[in-house]
Design a protein. Sequence first.
Length: 68
Amino acid sequence: VYIHRNYLDMLSRREKESFNRMKKEYEEIIFKDYIIIGSLVQNELDTIKKQLQTLINQHNVFTIDFNR
């Protein structure tokens, strides 16, 4: 029913209410998962940025003096 919404008309009133309640709970869980995944990705990106900055600082990759 979630994928094929045209089946929703075939359900009784109680079945529709049950379906809508389950759909709401499912979408809340999915939303929470996306928030968790998004924060994990952001933390990983911050870690990579710090590692890259450390690598650049250690190896003196850029030899051009931009202050001139």
